[in-house]
Design a protein around this ligand. Structure first.
Ligand code: DMJ
Length: 639
């Protein structure tokens, strides 16, 4: 009876009615006809208010709230972001260069990432994309002079201490920045320096497993760090080293990235539901705990599984399979719904029993963008996984998801999570999102896993008060898919009132109806929510994501701008906000770049040709040539 027409951004539910004959009719017929019309009108009204459009055409709530902002306005918004970058970068150049970062309140500097001028290296590709040729021109000589030497040993607490470059941060900020700027500008010095740095950092890979150690002395190759590594730090270098191998033709770089991939692929994580936990033994290449998270210490490792597959023009199938196993577990075990606002969130679990902590980190807000990117670029299908390779819990997730259209699930999770990430900004008097919250899970104990038999429900323990999203999705489907999928319905910001702030223990237990307590009240100029809004806008075309990005940019301008730059915020509940003397380089590399790309009228850096590293440095998708395959010993991907 209902037909849906997809008209670009919007999907309309329309009603196709019968026409009545025009001949003279009796009063009885007229009454019948009037009743029929009434029924039809009621059905039409119900349909409109249930939004029961086929879910493939579903594009997210709220679109109708916005008059489409004109392209002139978006262009001027992009220009405002560019001016923000210039303000921050000039402040850095005047008061802090060539040190690492600007202290935007005291107008001093700090060296927290090797002292090589991390803000310059992290900003190179942002300058190119924004067309800031003068700034880029001033940065190139700094790159040219860089020798990546560390300061001499220092005496600290009466002992002589050697200096080391942290491997992960140096790779994602410096190496990623150089490679991306090279790909965008073709300035040869950028690749030469990337090659130098890639070589100097390589001793980090000298472990039995091939997973890198925490830090390297770039002068003599001495390494440093515990035998147990952090997931994000040991498994977020594949993009940079693979692309470096492709650009330089050096087999050793390919092997280093490939060893990391193969070690991860070999690891038995069946006890962890086939998802990679946080801590790894660098000798055995095996996990040493059961803590599952997409937040701190884990985040980018999950991100690189999908992105390595995309960067290699979909030839690194091992990375794809790990991505599917990981997202299967996330969708079935780590996504929960909040008590009264139906907010979808992703949390951590531990102790092998998949018990959720209900902590939700700002860092985890990259996940909606990742899921949306995967759903947009892949033919997501469980057929790419061999069930025989899965552990018992992984197999349960697999069977549960088999009942669904996987791309739709990924898209809904992406949109629900991104909405929550944004809501955490919109709720705060400053308009900025807290670094971490403790969510109030649904208080009604969820029993759906008991009602379904066999593989149809998650089977994961559902503690009192916790409602797994996948179980709510099962119920929603059973009930005929009325209204929005769980977590995706109409959501309204609930700003904290001054009274709540004065009287409430906002860091203790969640306020009734608000559904969360603040665990960390700071906003560290982080990019993750904006990154996801950008990917959601690009992949759905829905202007609501762009408007939400504008809301955040206005808050950044209003609350964090200083005379020389932008500063992290101590407490998002206060406006005007109290500031910290800190402007991380990722603000220039990621936060402002994603805002600029979100508002820019052209599709700069399209997803089918570029892949962003975890520090927002885009690298071009490439195909191995026959010569490279032969040289690096890469087998042909199966068709
Ligand atoms: C960035 O340095 C990178 O995105 C990293 O992967 C984790 N998050 C910070 C910014 O929040």
């Amino acid at each position: 009876m209902f037909s849906s027409v997809n008209t670009g951004f919007r999907s309309y539910t329309g009603y196709a009615c019968n026409t009545f004959p025009t001949r003279r009719v009796s009063g009885r017929y007229l009454a019948l006809a009037a009743a029929a019309v009434l029924v039809v009108l009621m059905l039409y009204y119900t349909a409109l208010h249930q939004h029961s459009a086929p879910l493939e055409q579903w594009i997210g709530p709220h679109w109708s709230e916005y008059n489409e902002t004109s392209s002139d306005v978006w262009n001027s918004r992009a220009e405002q972001v560019k001016r923000a970058f210039v303000h921050a970068y000039h402040g850095y150049e005047v008061y802090a260069a060539p040190h690492d970062e600007l202290l935007p309140l005291s107008n001093k500097s700090k060296d927290n990432f090797n002292g090589w001028g991390v803000s310059i290296f992290d900003s190179l590709d942002t300058m190119i994309l924004m067309g800031l040729n003068e700034e880029f021109g001033r940065a190139l000589p700094v790159v040219e002079r860089a020798n990546f030497s560390l300061p001499p040993d220092v005496i600290s607490e009466g002992r002589l201490r050697k200096q080391y470059a942290p491997f992960f941060e140096t790779v994602i900020r410096y190496l990623g920045g150089l490679l991306s700027a090279y790909a965008l500008s073709h300035e040869p010095i950028l690749l030469q320096r990337a090659d130098d740095l890639g070589r100097m950092l390589s001793p980090a890979f000298n472990t039995e497993s091939g997973l890198p150690l925490y830090a390297v002395n770039t002068d003599d190759g001495a390494t440093h760090g515990p035998g147990i590594g952090i997931l994000a730090e040991v498994a977020s270098c594949q993009l940079e080293y693979t692309y470096l191998a492709q650009m330089t033709g050096r087999k050793e770089y390919f092997e280093k990235a490939n060893n990391v991939i193969q070690t991860l692929a070999r690891a038995n994580v069946s006890r962890q539901g086939d998802m990679f936990p946080k801590r790894w033994n660098l000798s055995s290449g095996r996990p040493v705990d059961d803590v599952l998270s997409v937040g701190a210490a884990a985040d980018s490792a999950h991100e690189y599984l999908l992105k390595q597959y995309l960067l290699t023009a979909k030839s690194d199938v091992a990375s794809l399979q790990m991505y599917l196993r990981t997202t299967n577990h996330i969708l079935t075990h780590l996504l929960y719904l909040s008590d009264s606002r139906d907010l979808l969130y992703v949390t951590d679990s531990s102790r092998g029993s998949f018990l959720p902590s209900h902590r939700f980190e700002h860092l985890s807000c990259f996940l909606p963008g990742l899921l949306a990117l995967g759903a947009h670029t892949l033919d997501l299908s469980l057929d790419d996984l061999d069930p025989a390779t899965l552990g018992p819990e992984g197999l349960r997730s697999y069977k549960l998801l088999q009942d669904y259209d996987l791309p739709s699930l990924h898209r809904w999770a992406a949109e629900g999570l991104a909405t929550t990430c944004w809501m955490l900004y919109a709720d705060q008097p400053s308009g900025l999102g807290p670094d971490e919250v403790y969510m109030q899970p649904t208080t009604e104990p969820d029993t759906s896993h008991m009602r379904f038999s066999g593989h149809r429900a998650s089977q994961a323990p559902t503690p009192a008060g916790g409602k797994l999203w996948i179980d709510a999705i099962a119920k929603w489907r059973e009930s005929g898919e009325q209204a929005w999928p769980p977590g995706l319905g109409e959501k309204v910001p609930m700003p904290y009132t001054q009274e709540e702030i004065r009287e409430g223990n906002l860091r203790g237990s969640p306020l009734p109806k608000k559904d969360y307590a603040l665990r960390r009240t700071d906003y560290l100029l982080r990019p993750e929510t904006i990154e996801s809004l950008f990917v959601l806008f690009r992949t759905t075309g829905n202007p609501v994501w762009r408007e939400r990005g504008w809301f955040i940019f206005e808050a950044i301008e209003r609350e964090t701008k200083t005379a020389t730059g932008y500063a992290s915020v101590k407490n998002v509940l206060r406006s005007p906000a109290a500031l910290k003397d800190d402007m991380p380089s990722y603000f220039l590399a990621e936060t402002l770049k994603y805002l600029y790309l979100l508002f820019h009228g052209e599709e700069l850096v399209p997803f089918d040709r570029w892949v962003f590293n975890t520090e927002a440095h885009p690298l071009p998708v490439f195909t191995w040539s026959a010569w490279e395959r032969h040289k690096f010993g890469i087998s042909k991907p199966s068709p």
